[in-house]
Design a protein around this ligand. Structure first.
Ligand code: TYD
Length: 218
């Protein structure tokens, strides 16, 4: 069997130019502060009487749980391509699940916030696999807003250490440095129509959340 080439995965219908209105995505390295800021934004929108669903990827679905509990916690090994396929499958379900998927929620008039989306796949899985292959595995619609919390790797590692938990699969310096380069590359060429902001993750929590609220209102 020949190894994979980027061209093996060329797809013919590109969905990333379709923008899902009222879908907000937070991205950043492990320890960047996305989870905190996603929660603050969800609460502030709820206070303004909006219906908001706050989600995260990997999701709590059986596919997401497999990723989180087995592979991220290093209870079993697998290949990077298998993991990339699992992240993509989790995302497909997150978007299109007929009972509780993102598109269903949006069609009912809700705002959906996701702590991570396909940009995490391109940045993280793109460290070991050609990012073009990962992009093709993630032929999904774009969110209306992308909020990137750009926190230096050393600061992320300090915060991860402070949590005191066992380190997960990707939580080490050399990997996160490459992931950061991936994020920088992806965010320099987002589809037009995606509203993007890059924030300094070293700013304090209140200041960051103010910037985010202003960005979403604008
Ligand atoms: P994370 O948001 O750090 O979860 P938690 O805060 O609960 O630890 O996400 C889990 C890990 O999965 C993180 O290292 C990033 C990684 N990841 C990918 O590698 N690819 C993806 O597509 C996604 C969504 C996450």
């Amino acid at each position: 069997m020949l190894p994979f080439h980027s061209t093996d995965f060329i797809i013919f219908s590109v969905k990333k130019d379709v923008i899902l209105k009222n879908f907000i995505v937070f991205e950043g390295l492990d320890g960047a502060g996305t989870t905190t800021q996603a929660k603050i934004l969800a609460e502030s929108l709820k206070k303004n009487n909006k219906t908001v669903f706050l989600d995260a990827e990997p999701t709590p679905s059986p596919i997401g749980e497999l990723i989180r509990e087995t592979y991220l916690k290093k209870k079993a090994s697998t290949t990077m391509l298998a993991l990339a396929l699992l992240y993509s499958a989790d995302r497909e379900n997150h978007l299109n699940n007929p009972d509780n998927g993102i598109k269903k929620r949006l069609s009912e008039g809700s705002i959906v916030i996701s702590d991570r989306y396909l940009y995490s796949s391109i940045a993280y899985q793109g460290v070991n696999i050609d990012p073009l292959i990962i992009e093709n595995l993630n032929n999904y619609e774009s969110p209306e807003y992308v909020i990137y919390i750009d926190t230096p790797v050393d600061e992320c590692l300090k915060r991860i250490d402070k949590r005191g938990d066992e380190k997960e699969l990707f939580e080490h310096k050399s990997f996160l440095e490459k992931t950061k380069q991936g994020f920088d590359r992806i965010f320099s060429s987002l589809p037009c129509g995606v509203k993007f902001i890059c924030l300094n993750g070293l700013e304090n929590i209140d200041l960051l959340s103010q910037h985010i609220t202003e960005f979403i209102k604008a």
